[in-house]
Design a protein around this ligand. Structure first.
Ligand code: PBG
Length: 321
């Protein structure tokens, strides 16, 4: 008889035939840094995660390095917000200051990435500036993204991650980076980013001011084919890495992109995915470590080369033993 169970008979046998592996170098740790904090501030809906001071941020980045994590993705929360998000362009703003400090601390020991978006910096909480009708103005936003990209590069980002889903954002940022001489700074494009309910805890994490939603720029969760278009455009515009976000509810999209992309594919296991597992585990309803490992290996199995996950450092430490 043909017996597939033969290959499941012992742990050693299962290890031998395992198709998908997690490794620390493929994990990216998102981190939040807030201006003017005296102490790290816990984020209730992301248990275990905090808004960092510059000092605690450096400790978190050091821990990521020591665990062998591949990269960190930094998000900045400014003290003041305005309709244009001008703090994003301030060389001494929270994100740029944090980048300088992080690069001074860890150099090239891991890949330092920065979120390139305005939603943390605008008083209305949208990812771009608004026109006179209150709609998000695509092309006016591109100019600000281009300038922000240059500031992030100047502050030391190895990679910038445009996450605003404006049309043409990758091309605009690439052009600006090249003109300013930052030809080696890579773009990780949030290429297929959906308007998801699973971003809820993130909005607490960045003290989001958003009322309403982002459905005029983020993608409709019902659409699969459209993700291919977004990814193709971003690659044509010069994206070095393309990302699908969220991850678990969009594994079909991850698989589609992985099947055709000529550049590395990332997936973002977002805040709501993390919070669901943490909440269920806190209630004793699922086994925490097993659920984390299963979710991450599933994202890899679907085809993601790298994963942004709030568990990156913890999981990397576990993999190192
Ligand atoms: C926007 C941004 C968001 C996330 C990453 N970048 C939020 C949004 O689009 O509303 C969400 C990440 C998460 O939920 O973990 N700059």
């Amino acid at each position: 008889m043909i017996r597939p169970r033969r290959l499941r008979s012992t742990p050693a046998m299962r290890r031998l035939v395992r198709e998908t592996h997690l490794h620390p170098g493929a994990l990216i740790q998102p981190l939040f840094v807030k201006e003017g904090l005296a102490e790290p501030h816990p984020i209730p809906s992301l248990p275990g995660m905090v808004q960092h001071t510059t000092e605690s941020l450096l400790a978190a980045v050091r821990a990521a390095v020591d665990a062998g994590v591949g990269g960190v993705m930094l998000f900045g929360i400014p003290a003041e917000r305005d309709p244009e998000g001008s703090a994003a362009l301030d060389p001494d703003g929270v994100l740029n200051t944090a980048l300088r400090a992080v690069r001074a601390e860890v150099g090239d020991e891991l890949v330092v990435m920065a979120d390139l978006c305005l939603d943390e910096f605008t008083s209305h909480g949208h990812c771009g500036v608004l026109n006179e009708r209150g709609a998000v103005a695509n092309d006016a936003t591109l100019e600000i993204y281009a300038a922000m990209g240059v500031e992030l590069a100047r502050a030391g980002a190895h990679v910038v991650g445009p996450s605003g889903m404006m049309d043409g954002q990758v091309a605009a940022i690439r052009r600006a980076l090249d003109r300013a001489g930052h030809v080696d700074v890579a773009i990780l494009a949030y290429a297929a980013k959906y308007a998801s309910a699973f971003y809820g805890p993130f909005r607490d994490a960045v003290d989001s001011c958003l009322r309403g939603d982002r459905r005029t720029y983020q993608m409709d969760p019902a659409n699969r084919r459209e993700a291919r278009r977004e990814v193709e455009l971003d690659i044509a515009e010069g994206a070095d890495i393309v990302m699908v976000k969220p991850a678990l509810s969009y594994l079909d999209v991850v698989a589609d992109v992985a099947a055709t992309s000529p550049v590395p594919v990332a997936a973002y296991q977002v805040s709501g995915e993390y919070a669901m597992v943490e909440a269920a585990a806190a209630n004793g309803w699922i086994e925490r470590e097993a659920a984390i490992a299963e979710s991450l290996v599933s994202i890899r199995r679907a085809g993601a080369d790298m994963i942004l996950t709030y568990w990156a450092t913890e999981v990397a430490e576990g993999l190192r033993g």
